[in-house]
Design a protein around this ligand. Sequence first.
Ligand SMILES: Nc1nc2c([nH]c(=O)n2[C@H]2C[C@H](O)[C@@H](COP(=O)(O)OP(=O)(O)OP(=O)(O)O)O2)c(=O)[nH]1
Length: 143
Amino acid sequence: MRVVVAGAVMVDGRLLLAQRDRPAPVAGLWELPGGKVETGETPVQALVRELREELGVEVAPGAPLTARVPLTADLILVALRAELVTGTPRPLDHRALCWVDGDDLRRLADAGEVVPADTAWLPELCDLLDGGEVNRTGDVHRP
Ligand SMILES: Nc1nc2c([nH]c(=O)n2[C@H]2C[C@H](O)[C@@H](COP(=O)(O)OP(=O)(O)OP(=O)(O)O)O2)c(=O)[nH]1
């Protein structure tokens, strides 16, 4: 079973989304940036590598999101929260990047502009984004 690992990077209450450039069925849709875990890598190592390659940033991966999404018989999609350590994300492998709050994310999903598999994370992501200040460490502070 191969794993695709994606990163939920949140800064100042907003989540980083990346717009896919390929393949055609999902080109133009928004996802959490990431990619396939290579042989000999842990998901944490793969996420650090992918976000370095795709965004030009260094991240520190943290807690997983709850949903694990089967993509095919031998491919499963997982997501880790990730702290942005250094750099400003740039779309080195995507069409564009954007930062969204909970309302923006729901609007994109309602418009069908989120990669279908990623909608499994919507409740959890919206809860994190709506629930309070999300700081750079990815911790949620509730009043
Ligand atoms: N990175 C990423 N891939 C996702 C997400 N949701 C989703 O269904 N996928 C799918 C699309 C692809 O079938 C697969 C990962 O593709 P990828 O193109 O990001 O992987 P990769 O960087 O390792 O690229 P490649 O070597 O296979 O070309 O997972 C997501 O949120 N992030």
